[in-house]
Design a protein around this ligand. Structure first.
Ligand code: FAD
Length: 415
């Protein structure tokens, strides 16, 4: 595969861009693979990438029922942070955040990582206590975060109204190297690198059954035929329960639609990412000028991958006192994705009752930021059959044994 570079752009400009190769191949599936990864979202593609890069395993197929990145990976609001409370969470999210720092160079693909700074607003005294506690925990974990006064918040965010009558700004939990990246580019960059290593990315191919014998997976049925494998990695986010059902086990995961929206593009007015967890809304400005606004989950479990009117009203009502300019904006688009929620709001990277089948799910409303760290940890689990340090506490049996990794104080919501 030809490297992308300034010279490649110049060369192609001279020949009217006629020489670009396809970024990844679209082969028909082979009869068997060493590893099948179900799901070409960021987590599935990153798992495949690190299987190749860290363990030299390249006889891999990534099987996707739609188009790659078309699930939550291409639908999220792209917030990246690692300011979590629990040690196991901050370790995997900080690993991911640090991999984002060099991802464009590693993948030779511009993922537009923008560590513009992230604020989690404290708008109740409960949040002040919770976030200060998390700042202290982050210091012990080696994650650089700090507590900001309301005046420091105003300096960073001139458009903010500090003095809302019901929820004034009492301070903020700030991570200077938090930010955003371009979500599609993350999926596309991993896909290109996987394809370059000889892996097969098979789109428009749904897994419809998982076959097993003697407690081991032997292969899968797909809409493009039967494929056998030595190991199976299930990385399907909101459809984890469905695929686990095919494999004959249950997961402590619920599937719920989470919604977001963007405004019309406006002049630059916000150069940090802001989360307001008490009123529940979060906001950043895209490079195109749109305000990217995230809301909450639907109030009931569902597989409905779209937005709904009442969420627009609820989310904007929540944010408008703090950001009065929102009241004058037109909305451009609204959408939803199906997120996979666990009881403690922490993910699952785990062995399963089937010996050679592994599952990665439960990233819920906050897994975009985790993609590289999750792929790194999942690849280790699949390659070695045992979790490494990063994944060691995220097994699915913690729900049976009461070993919860409770992140409620750190995030309120977990974007
Ligand atoms: C509106 C919204 C906002 C969000 N905001 C943020 C945020 O700001 N920051 C953040 O960190 N996270 C955020 N998230 C969460 C984040 O998007 C997800 O946690 C993350 O993208 C999950 O990635 P994934 O690869 O596990 O899943 P996905 O990208 O959903 O990929 C799973 C893939 O599996 C495929 N699949 C399912 N079943 C099958 C089958 N039977 N056969 C083959 N393929 C199958 C699906 O088609 C899908 O492409 C948000 C999510 C949403 C919906």
């Amino acid at each position: 595969m030809r490297r992308y570079s300034v010279f490649a752009i110049a060369r192609e400009a001279l020949r009217f861009h006629s020489g670009w190769e396809k970024a990844w191949k679209s082969p028909e599936p082979k009869k068997n693979y060493d590893v099948i990864v179900i799901g070409a979202g960021g987590h599935g593609l990153a798992t495949a990438y690190y299987l190749g890069k860290n363990f030299g395993i390249t006889n891999v197929a990534v099987i996707e029922k739609g188009w790659l990145g078309g699930g939550n990976t291409g639908r999220n609001t792209t917030i990246i942070r690692s300011n979590y409370l629990q040690n196991s969470s901050s370790a995997i999210f900080e690993k991911a955040r640090s991999l984002y720092e060099t991802m464009s160079q590693d993948l030779n693909y511009n993922v537009m990582f923008s560590p513009r700074g992230l604020l989690m607003l404290a708008q109740t005294h409960h949040e002040v206590r919770g976030y200060k506690r998390t700042v202290h925990a982050n210091q012990l974990q080696g994650v650089a975060t700090q507590w900001l006064s309301p005046e420091q918040v105003k300096e960073l965010v001139p458009i903010i109204n500090l003095h809302g009558p019901r929820y004034p700004i009492l301070g903020a939990h700030y991570q200077a190297r938090g930010g955003t990246a371009r979500h599609d580019a993350v999926a596309w960059g991993y896909a290109r690198a996987c394809s370059d290593m000889g892996m097969d990315i098979i789109q428009n191919c749904e897994v419809t059954a998982v076959h097993q014998a003697h407690g081991q997976v032997t292969g899968v049925s797909t809409t493009k035929g039967e494929i056998s494998c030595k190991k199976l990695a299930v990385v399907v986010a909101g459809h984890s329960g469905v695929v686990a059902g095919m494999a004959g086990f249950r997961l402590p995961v619920e599937s719920i639609a989470l919604q977001a929206m963007v405004s019309e593009p406006i002049k630059p007015c916000l150069d940090v990412v802001i989360m307001a967890n008490t009123v529940h809304g979060y906001i950043s400005q895209s490079d195109k000028g749109e305000l990217v606004i995230g809301g909450g989950t639907d109030g009931f479990n569902n597989y409905t991958q779209r937005g709904s009117f009442h969420h627009v009203e609820e989310t904007l009502r929540a944010l408008v006192t703090t950001f009065p300019l929102i009241s004058r904006l037109k909305l451009l688009r609204q959408w939803g994705g199906i997120v996979d929620m666990t009881g403690d709001r922490s993910p699952i990277i785990s062995k399963t009752p089937l010996g050679n089948c592994f599952i990665n799910c439960g990233w819920g409303t906050g897994g975009f930021k985790a993609i590289p760290g999750s792929g790194w940890a999942m690849a280790e689990l699949v390659a070695k059959g045992e979790p490494g340090v990063l994944a060691s506490e995220f097994d699915m049996w913690r729900f049976k044994e009461g070993r919860f990794i409770d992140e409620s104080v750190a995030a309120g919501v977990a974007h």
